[in-house]
Structures are given as structure tokens and as C-alpha cells.
Design a protein around this ligand. Structure first.
Ligand code: 6R9
Length: 693
């Protein structure tokens, strides 16, 4: 059973700040603000929720949070089964709500929540809302790349469309447990396809439509889908991207199953789309012929819901597997509390469904709450950097959730693009994907949110399924750049290199003690890698791969990845993936990739490249190397910088010393540290000499 911990460190921290009686400490100030005695934040840089906000918040005080948090870790079974009971279950789970082994020293790691409970997440997203009288509520507002193109679907309409796709999938033989690959841009058909899979118990594997043919092929080969769902093309900004050509290149000759292709007329007509008879089918030709009623496949809470590939520290992406019941309960609950969701909200998350954020917080979390969701097909700065606020005003968006990289890029374009729009509907802002630097936080808060909207800076991962550390707006003051405190049921732990838990104010590696309902269950087809990557580094805990510090008030500050993963514009990219793409070029002998600070993207990709003997450096080769990476992974993984390297700094045992490369890449040349253990310390001088070539 889940380990019960009476008082976690975190509780002690929050408890210490949650003492109500006036006197020293943080909470008296919070009370004063709630009572209307506005206090300026002091040296601590605390930002308090406004009176108006706190008064209407779902969780109006740190005390209330504390009560619920305490129960969630002391009685996880009771806490989560009370919440789970609000969903529709064909039959309830057995006596054991959660069973787990999170400690590798006790044998194989496993996690189960609500095992034996029979449900369906699509039913809970759609039918349950229609049945409760919300059928006419808008589920999706869709905004096209071009101004003036928009559409919307009510819950009833969405349900009908999902049923038609589900019936089509069933008809071509897709059954419970079968994989379906979805390679679609942000059309409503993307979440429709996901929900249709969930309805019939098929396992969707969405591949971000920015991935190249090679990456798509790799994912198709790994999970062997019965069918691929795609569209012919999409317009993003002023560019047309021919998705169907990419799919054609990815599908091997041997793929004889179906390729269902949506005709996206705003980008390309069917007449000009390349076609393979027998395999390719136009979505619009078949889907509307199916019934709008489709019986759901009732599944066990532990049956797989989806696979989503993410980068790790080796070249091969990891197929993160999530199951149904725990994920459902967790995404719904985190969405509700972290955004202070109310039924009247209009919610817009700028993420693509190709990433976990689009799974949990464009599709499942919001729909489970019966929310109205805005989906935008295009580029956020097209035709100009005011587009986001145009969309906010158009749909009266109240909750706006985005990534720091977009905030930074819009910030650079100047306030005028923001202030020309009203934005008065906004009440909660959100941030995800990477640490948000305090200056971007302040701009987001002051300029976009007119100093009125709390920012939910949500720390979580593909693996965690949902928010792990996030502010509950209204419950406590925020500190710009801190994700604040853990969500219900989450027990974060900071450990040192030896895996020993450190208490109080400290920094180290961020781990989690015991499971939460949204925990991923395995890496598809490789449970051993799951254990090795996440549970072996610090036995007893789940290791996130992130560095973190905790300040004197118990606030958590994420400091970025500590493994060989870099975070470019919120996209996780393994350095090894980029290196293996580079060395696949016949003239590249060796490559070492590191992340460097980048003003807009957060991190940029910096590649040191050694050429095959006798090959001269040239501008053309530099461009070819970048193209190779674009073709093998996708344009978002293209190196920002290629640094010619006659040799790489290696230890005598042949290990590349990335620490030194990082310093050279960021031009911190006086901080190179000890280079005496290098096999050939001379390479460092060579690299420095070539730094600006
Ligand atoms: C949801 C998502 C996960 C990695 C994670 C961390 C970084 C995400 C963050 C954040 C600081 C936040 N990250 N949110 N760092 N503050 N609010 O992004 O999933 O693509 O798997 O990336 O992103 O480094 O480990 P994923």
C-alpha cells in the first residue's frame, strides 16, 4: 500500500508559515491582504492574491490547503477515492485503492491505482457532461491560423464526432489494447481522434506534427499501430507544411494498414495531395458515414490509455505509458485546483496535443471538468505579436496557460502589442515547460495580467501525467520564478549526490516519495529502462532528472535538468539524439552537444563537431549538418551553433568532459576548472581559438 507519512518535511514548512495568530511569519501578512489591508511585498518578493481573487477562490487559504494536503498524504486512499467517486465507474475498484512498490531495493517497481475499477475516460469527458445537462455548452472553440477562420463544437456535437471516428476505427478492426498513431496539427480532429481511441480502449500514440519522417517512423515501428491518422497539410504562420508527405516518407512499404487523412482545405486541397490507393482514405469520405452513437469499451483503471514518447539521456526516445483511472482522476483534479477552475471559465492552453501538456491540459483535464477550451491552429505571433491577445478578447478567455519561451518572445516585441487589446476577461495565467525567470514572470503578471491575475507556474513532466508542484491561486502568496508548493498527494524530496534526503533550506536533486494517481506505469516495452532511469539513481524515490532548491519558507525553485536532456522552448531534447543525428552525416566524425542559455528559447543547442580527417570546415557543411538534424528529429531540434572542434576534451578513459564544453559554449572561459585530468589538455586551447569561427 501507499506509504503513509505523518509529517513530511514539506508539511513542516507549510505549517510553520501557516500559523494564524498574528506575530512574525508570512501568514499574518497574507491575512492582512485578504482583509483588505494591502501590504507591499518586502525583500522576499512575495506577490499576494488580490482580495477579489482570494474571496472567490476554490482554495482561499493556506490553512485549507494544508488540511487537504495533510489528508492527501496521511490517507491517500481515502482522499483520492472520495474524488474518484465523482466520476462514472461501471463498477468500483476493490478494497485496495493504491498498491505500489516505489523502492527498487524491495523488488520490481510497480504502481496501481483503482485496480479493478471499470470506467472509460472518454465517457467521463463527454457523455457524463452531456447527461448532466451540459450538452449545449461549448467544448471547443477552434481558431484557425488565418484570422476569420474559426469553428466550435458543443459537448453534444463533440460526442457525435468522436463516436463517428470511434465507429470507423472499430470497423477497420481496431480493438481494445491496439495502438493508433496520430500525427495531426492543432485541428479539433486531433483531440477528437484521441477521445475516439479512448472510447474503444485503443492506445493512442500522438506524435507532435513538428517531428520529422525519421522520428515518426521510429515511433511507428516501436508501437506497430493498426492505423495512422493524419491530414494533408497545415499552415502555421505563412508556411504550409505538407504533413502527408512526411507520413508517406515515414510509412515503410510494408505498412499495409490504413492511413486516414483529414483534408485540411485551408492549407491544401485533396487534388494536389499525393495518394496511395488501397492505403490512404480521406477522413471526410468515410467518417461522416458512421453512426453518431458508439458504445464505449469499459476498461480497467489500469488498462493503458496512451503512449507518449519523450527524450531521455540516450538516443532512443522513451515511450511513457499512462493508464486510465489514476490519470483521469489526477488530471481532472489538478486542472480544477491549479487554475481555480469555475464552470463559467473559458480556458486556453497554447500547447500542442503532441506534447503531454496537450494531453492532460488541452484534452483530458479540462473536458473532465466540462470546461470550454480554446484551440489555436497557428503560430502565436502570426500575423503579428498581438495575435494571442486578439484571441483572448475574441473568446473572452479567462484562463491562459502557456510556456515561458512564448512569454519571453512576446516580451521582446514590446508592450504595445499587448496593451492594444483589452484582456479584461483574464483572471488566471499559467506557465509550463521550463523555469520561468523572474523578469518574464513580472512582465506576464504586470503587463499581460494587469497585475490582477495569479500565475500558476506548474512543474511537472510527461512521466508525472499532471501537475506536481504548482501554486493554488488564492491560497498563498507567490514568489516570481518559484513553482511554490506540492499538489495534493505529492511528496517532493530533495536529495544530495548520495541520495540522502536534505531538509530545510537546501538545493539538490528533486525526487518524489511514493506514487500519485497520475504516475506513469512503465516505459513501453522496456520496464527495465523505467527502473534504471527513474528508480535506481536514488533508491527509494522517483528521480525527476531536475535540480531544485527549497528556500527558507519552503518554496520550491526548479533549476533545470541535471541529466543530458536540454530544454529548448519547453521541448525536451536529448543531447544524445542530436549527437547521433550529427554523426550520421558522413563527414562528421564526432559530436558533443550541450545546452547554453538562450534569451528566448530558455536553452539553445550548441554542438561541438569533429570532422572526418581531411574534410575542411565550410559554411555549406555547417548548413548541411543543421539540415541533417532537422530531417532526422525535427526543425525544433536544429542546433543554434556549430563549433568546429579538431578534438574534444576527454578524460584518459575517453569520457567527454561536458562540464568544460558547457563553459566554452557559454564563454565562461575563466571558469573552466581543473583541466589536468584531460588526456590532452591542449584541445581546450584549440577549442577556444575556434570559438568564433
Ligand atoms: C510538462 C512538461 C519536463 C521537464 C521537467 C523540467 C521542465 C516543466 C516546469 C519545468 C521548471 C516548470 N519543466 N515545467 N521546469 N518549472 N514549471 O513540460 O513535460 O516535456 O516532459 O518536460 O520540463 O525540466 O523535467 P516534459
Amino acid at each position: 500500500n501507499c506509504s503513509l507519512n505523518t509529517t513530511t518535511n514539506h508539511l513542516r514548512h507549510v505549517e510553520s508559515m501557516a500559523v494564524l495568530p498574528s506575530g512574525a511569519g508570512k501568514i499574518p501578512r497574507l491575512n492582512a491582504v485578504i482583509l483588505g489591508e494591502a501590504l507591499a511585498s518586502e525583500e522576499d518578493d512575495l506577490v499576494f492574491p488580490s482580495d477579489d481573487f482570494a474571496r472567490q477562490a476554490l482554495l482561499p487559504s493556506a490553512q485549507k490547503y494544508l488540511e487537504m494536503y495533510k489528508r492527501s498524504v496521511e490517507d491517500p486512499a481515502g482522499f483520492w477515492s472520495d474524488i474518484a467517486s465523482q466520476f462514472l465507474w461501471k463498477s468500483k475498484w476493490g478494497d485496495t485503492v493504491c498498491s505500489e512498490n516505489f523502492d527498487i531495493r524491495n523488488g520490481n517497481v510497480y504502481v496501481q491505482w483503482f485496480k479493478g475499477g471499470i470506467t472509460n475516460i472518454c465517457y467521463n469527458c463527454l457523455d457524463r457532461n452531456v447527461d448532466s445537462g451540459n450538452g449545449d455548452k461549448i467544448a471547443f472553440h477552434w481558431e484557425g491560423n488565418e484570422r476569420g477562420f474559426h469553428d466550435s463544437l458543443t459537448y453534444t456535437q463533440l460526442l457525435s464526432q468522436v463516436c463517428q471516428v470511434a465507429n470507423y476505427l472499430r470497423d477497420i478492426g481496431v480493438k481494445k489494447g491496439d495502438a493508433v498513431v496520430i500525427y495531426l496539427p492543432m485541428l479539433m480532429e486531433l483531440p477528437i481522434a484521441m477521445l475516439a481511441c479512448a472510447r474503444i480502449g485503443a492506445v493512442h500514440s500522438v506524435v507532435f506534427a513538428g517531428f520529422s519522417a525519421d522520428s515518426l517512423a521510429q515511433r511507428i515501428m516501436d508501437c506497430k499501430p493498426k492505423v495512422v491518422l493524419t491530414c494533408n497539410a497545415v499552415k502555421r504562420g505563412s508556411k504550409v507544411i505538407h504533413l502527408k508527405d512526411i507520413v508517406d516518407a515515414a510509412l515503410s512499404e510494408s505498412f499495409e494498414d490504413a492511413c486516414l487523412t483529414y483534408e485540411n482545405r485551408s492549407a491544401m486541397m485533396r487534388e494536389t495531395t499525393k495518394w496511395q490507393d488501397g492505403r490512404d482514405i480521406w477522413w471526410q469520405d468515410v467518417v461522416p458515414t458512421y453512426s453518431t452513437i458508439c458504445e464505449v469499451e469499459w476498461v480497467d483503471a489500469e488498462d493503458p490509455l496512451f503512449l507518449l514518447y519523450t527524450s531521455g539521456s540516450t538516443g532512443k526516445p522513451k515511450g511513457v505509458l499512462h493508464t486510465t483511472g489514476g490519470y483521469m482522476v489526477y488530471t481532472a483534479t489538478t486542472f480544477k485546483y491549479a487554475f481555480d477552475y469555475k464552470p463559467s471559465d473559458i480556458y486556453w492552453c497554447t500547447a500542442d496535443c503532441g506534447w503531454i501538456t496537450g494531453h492532460s491540459y488541452v484534452t483530458y483535464g479540462p473536458l473532465l471538468n466540462g470546461a470550454t477550451v480554446v484551440i489555436y491552429e497557428g503560430a502565436p505571433n502570426y500575423p503579428d505579436p498581438g495575435r494571442c491577445w486578439d484571441i483572448v478578447d475574441k473568446f473572452k478567455v479567462t484562463i491562459f496557460y502557456t510556456a515561458p519561451t512564448l512569454v519571453r518572445s512576446l516580451m521582446r516585441d514590446g508592450d504595445a502589442y499587448v496593451t492594444r487589446y483589452s484582456r479584461k476577461s483574464l483572471r488566471v495565467l499559467g506557465s509550463v515547460g521550463e523555469p520561468i525567470n523572474p523578469s518574464a514572470w513580472r512582465w506576464f503578471f504586470n503587463v499581460v495580467g494587469d497585475s490582477r491575475c495569479p500565475i500558476s507556474d506548474t512543474w511537472w513532466q510527461t512521466e508525472t501525467g499532471g501537475f506536481m508542484i504548482a501554486p493554488l491561486p488564492g491560497a498563498w502568496p507567490q514568489k516570481p520564478g518559484s513553482a511554490t508548493f506540492p499538489f495534493f498527494g505529492v511528496q517532493p524530496v530533495i536529495v544530495d549526490e548520495k541520495g540522502v534526503e536534505i531538509e530545510g533550506e537546501c538545493s539538490g536533486y528533486l525526487c518524489v516519495k511514493s506514487s500519485w494517481p497520475g504516475t506513469f506505469r512503465t516505459l513501453y516495452g522496456d520496464h527495465e529502462r523505467y527502473e534504471t532511469t527513474y528508480f535506481k539513481p536514488f533508491p527509494g524515490y522517483y528521480f525527476s532528472g531536475d535540480g531544485c532548491s527549497r528556500d527558507k519558507d519552503g518554496y520550491y525553485w526548479l533549476t533545470g535538468r541535471v541529466d543530458d536532456v536540454i530544454n529548448v522552448s519547453g521541448h525536451r531534447i536529448g543531447t544524445a539524439e542530436v549527437e547521433s543525428a550529427l554523426v550520421s552525416h558522413p563527414q562528421c566524425a564526432e559530436a558533443a552537444v550541450v545546452g547554453v542559455e538562450h534569451e528566448v528559447k530558455g536553452q539553445g543547442i550548441y554542438a561541438f563537431v569533429t570532422l572526418v580527417d581531411g574534410i575542411p570546415y565550410s559554411e555549406e557543411l555547417r548548413r548541411n549538418l543543421i539540415t541533417t538534424v532537422r530531417n532526422q528529429i525535427g526543425p525544433f531540434a536544429a542546433p543554434d551553433r556549430i563549433h568546429w572542434a579538431p578534438g574534444l576534451p576527454k578524460t584518459r578513459s575517453g569520457k567527454i568532459m561536458r562540464r568544460i564544453l558547457r563553459k566554452i559554449a557559454s564563454r565562461q572561459l575563466d571558469e573552466l576548472g581543473d583541466t589536468s585530468t584531460l588526456a590532452d589538455p591542449g584541445v581546450v586551447d584549440q577549442l577556444i581559438a575556434l570559438a568564433d569561427c
